[in-house]
Write a protein that binds this ligand. Structure first.
Ligand code: AMP
Ligand code: MG
Length: 342
């Protein structure tokens, strides 16, 4: 009997110690959440910032740098020898996987947005001065020729492209978003389930942080001019979603009192001039959020509102718009889908 009690008491004692140990470990874990791997770098003429949780604490920066360098060699307009520059200069007609995807996605969104999005505005963008060339206001003959080039058909035959010689592509409206998607795919391929990828403000949040909370992403309120720092106005929780902001408040120039935006209206061939300052869009894929944000900058608020009402299943239904109202005060319009995000 005594032995029995003794053994029980020993066993009980052991279980107690075990429970205390578990409680201590749980306490320590709750106090010391694993910190994410994080690094900053430069790509596509902008910054990138990447965070992820990895039990093995692997540093993927070298692989991500190579991935982004390869992306630039394909789709950048700023790299002289990029495949895109050679396609535009009619030096080759063979697309690689990146350009094939960018072109296919762009043509699909052009169709969906009724032409507001158009990746063949390359010459117009250069001429109006948002590229490496000098800016100039084209005369009506030159404008008509560039408009025609921006609407000329392109065909693909087994990744071989046929286009008018003066049609030039510009994928900058989705390049950062798509590059963010590629980085996200890379991290997922390494077994990473929780990450935050931000390339120049095109953000993908996947999974949750170690404390179980969603990643939070700040949305910039447009700055008053191109010099002032934008203010982070709204922070939204994001799980397995991307958010992209397009704005005319940073990339514009002023000449003779007129503000020229870097977004071209493909129906006129001219920079857009409406009062929409910026728009942020949430979508599952980052390139798609990027594409819709640019398309809304072309449409302006009223047309964008009608478009969203006509396409309630999306993509592009979760959006917030910053505008100057009739009194010149900054105001926001959030779609019903956006309001549900919080
Ligand atoms: P984002 O900052 O993503 O809105 O992209 C703007 C960039 O896309 C511009 O600087 C141009 O390079 C290009 N772009 C301008 N207008 C258009 C358009 N209507 N459709 C697609 N890309 C455009
Ligand atoms: Mg865009």
């Amino acid at each position: 009997m005594n032995r029995y009690l003794k053994n029980r008491s020993v066993r009980h004692h052991g279980a107690g110690r075990f429970l205390v140990a578990v409680a201590v470990v749980a306490f320590l874990v709750s106090c010391h959440q694993p910190s994410p791997m994080q690094f900053l770098g430069q790509a596509q003429g902008t910054y990138y910032s990447i965070q992820y949780y990895d039990a093995q604490q692997r540093n993927f920066q070298p692989q991500i740098d190579s991935l982004l360098d390869a992306f630039d060699l394909s789709a950048s307009l700023w790299v002289d020898s990029s495949l895109l520059r050679r396609i535009n200069a009619n030096l080759t007609d063979s697309l690689d996987n990146i350009l094939y995807t960018l072109l296919g996605n762009s043509l699909a969104i052009e169709h969906y947005t009724d032409g507001a999005f158009n990746c063949r505005v390359g010459r117009l963008v250069q001429t109006w001065g948002f590229s490496f060339k000098q800016r100039s206001e084209p005369d009506s003959t030159a404008l008509a020729a560039m408009l025609q080039a921006a609407h000329a058909e392109v065909t693909l035959d087994n990744r071989h492209l046929t286009k008018k010689p003066d049609t030039e592509f510009d994928f900058n409206a989705i390049a950062q978003g798509y590059a963010s998607d590629l980085v996200a795919h890379f991290l997922a391929s390494q077994g990473i389930e929780s990450y935050l990828v931000d390339i120049g403000g095109e953000v993908i949040a996947h999974g949750r942080k170690a404390d179980g909370k969603p990643w939070k992403v700040g949305i910039e309120r447009p700055a008053e001019d191109s010099i002032s720092a934008p203010v982070v106005d709204i922070a939204i929780p994001l799980v397995d979603r991307s958010v992209v902001t397009s704005g005319n408040y940073r990339k514009y120039y002023e000449k003779d009192g007129v503000k020229y935006s870097h977004t071209i209206d493909p129906s006129t061939g001219r920079p857009v001039t409406h009062s929409l300052l910026s728009v942020s869009v949430v979508e599952k894929e980052c390139w798609l959020a990027d594409a819709m944000a640019t398309a809304y900058m072309v449409m302006g608020l009223e047309r964008a509102k009608n478009f969203i009402a006509d396409n309630p299943q999306g993509p592009g239904t979760d959006a917030v718009f910053f505008i100057y109202d009739s009194c010149g005060t900054m105001a926001t319009y959030a779609t019903p889908g956006w309001k549900k995000l919080k």
